[in-house]
Design a protein around this ligand. Structure first.
Ligand SMILES: *Cc1c(COP(=O)(O)O)cnc(C)c1O
Length: 463
């Protein structure tokens, strides 16, 4: 896709539509000449240079990458009109696009029925799911794994609900015995399961937790903000295929959150929450004198805690889904490439003496640490942080990220490491760009070189 061409087409299409309403006089108060704009824009673009190259395979750090050009064109075109998806009258076209895009997400998860909408983020989407959880199970708390996103604990505070962190096993998944212990107290009305933790990409065993939760009458919410689109790899042939059971069980859960702005190729400002039972719409009831109705249809503002929302987000997602639908042959190919990259890299790490895998990647997140002598948590922490810094400042830079592992979590994975501190940072690379598949050898070689260089320097300092 030629972005220049389609950005031009975007402005032309909107101008053509605007012209249909007849001429009008733009107000002088808004006048900015090209001559005035030029130097300001130059300063602006110069300031934007202070960024990491999220688009480039040499950026193998956090969950960041630019949106697909189709999403950019979709967003920009709709933004020129600036519909507000709060209400149907705020933008009928993008409200319909939102419904269609959300229906595709529901279909992807196998929901037979659904009520759902886009949100500005996974945080707000999860807040809505917990809000509905509170309304449907008043007076009861929420259980989530100790490795769940921190938003759950925080939002329990916002909603004035008790939060119950549940211990994880030695691969970062919720421990079901620990879950049952919490359920047995009778104080938990809702269990949050995470399919793809933000730190390591661990997948809670939804298929085993769900019947347990049902036995105790608990509601089940799935936080698939990061991992949701990996359901497209469930049971796939090839090395990238994932065990299908947890993903298939999502279809029976009560709600699910997914972030199209993470793995759905969208710009920030695009999360989604879906409820299996459309009846939960009743919890959102409000009576606003400001909103305007020309339709008896339920409008999106009636099933959302947020009011104004960018119609452009829905437009971008809808347009992207026409080209790269949430199917194994569409978006699935993008996720498969990142997953293969993670598997390939973990093999390289496994067969190299300079690095150790922190744990096997379940999705596309690789965690590892430099070999140090003697192997202590404090030395690993120091070396990991050093590699992160060295990588960023190298002549041929490499951008990684770190993850803090507790001493307990570390000991369960690497019992021989001396636990001389309460935890250690390890290196973490989210390989969410499909291009990583073709660059992972180079990335690995660069990390190796950084480790070797550091070890050499340390040796000279000692000598
Ligand atoms: C990213 C993430 C969130 C928070 O979503 P935002 O879009 O960053 O607000 C919640 N849960 C999980 C599992 C995530 O990965």
């Amino acid at each position: 896709m030629d972005l220049d061409r389609w950005l031009g087409e975007a402005t032309r299409a909107v101008q053509e539509w605007s012209a249909g309403f007849g001429p009008y006089q733009p107000h002088a108060a808004l006048d900015v000449s090209d001559e005035t704009f030029a130097p300001v824009f130059a300063e602006f673009t110069d300031r934007l240079r202070d960024n990491y190259p999220f688009f480039h395979p040499r950026y193998a750090g956090q969950m960041l990458k630019p949106p697909h050009p189709a999403a950019v064109v979709g967003y920009l075109t709709a933004m020129l009109i600036n519909p507000n998806n709060h209400a149907l009258d705020g933008g009928p076209a993008t409200a319909r696009m939102e419904r269609e895009a959300v229906a595709r997400l529901a279909e992807m998860f196998g929901f037979d029925t659904h009520l759902g909408h886009l949100t500005t983020s996974g945080t707000i989407a999860n807040l809505e799911a917990l809000f509905v959880a509170r309304e449907s199970h008043p007076g009861q708390g929420v259980a989530y794994s100790a490795e769940a996103h921190y938003t759950h604990g925080r939002m329990c505070g916002v909603l004035d609900m008790d939060g119950h962190p549940v211990a994880t096993d030695d691969t970062g998944r919720m421990d079901l015995l620990a879950l049952e212990e919490v359920l047995r107290t009778g104080r938990v009305g809702t269990v949050v399961l995470t399919t793809g933790t933000t730190g390591l990409g661990a997948i809670d065993p939804v298929h085993q937790a769900l019947p347990l939760c049902r036995r105790y009458g608990a509601r089940v919410h799935v936080d698939a903000a990061y991992g949701g689109f990996f359901t497209l790899l469930a049971g796939a042939d090839g090395p990238e295929g994932l065990a299908p059971e947890p993903w298939r069980a999502v279809a029976e859960c009560d709600s699910v959150v997914i972030d199209p702005h993470k793995h759905g190729l969208q710009p920030y400002g695009c999360g989604a929450v879906l409820f299996r039972d459309p009846e939960v719409g009743r919890f959102y009831l409000h009576d606003s004198p400001y909103t305007y109705f020309t339709s008896t249809e339920l409008h999106l503002g009636e099933i959302s805690l947020e009011c104004s929302r960018a119609g452009a987000s829905a437009a971008a997602l809808w347009l992207t889904f026409q080209l790269l639908p949430p199917t194994p042959q569409g978006l699935g190919r993008v996720l498969a490439a990142g997953r293969r990259a993670a598997l390939r890299w973990s093999e390289l790490i496994d067969s190299c003496d300079l690095l150790t895998l922190y744990q096997q990647p379940e999705l596309d997140i690789v965690s590892y640490f430099p070999a140090v002598e003697p192997a202590t948590l404090s030395a690993i922490d120091h070396a990991s942080a050093g590699i992160l810094d060295d990588g960023m400042t190298a002549r041929d830079p490499l951008f990684l990220s770190t993850l803090r592992a507790s001493a307990d979590a570390f000991a369960r994975r690497h019992p021989k490491v001396d636990g001389d501190a309460d935890g250690a940072r390890v290196l973490r690379s989210v390989l969410m760009k499909p291009e990583s598949e073709h660059h992972v050898e180079r990335v690995h070689d660069t990390v190796e070189a950084l480790v070797r260089h550091r070890a050499g320097r340390a040796g000279r300092n000692r000598g």
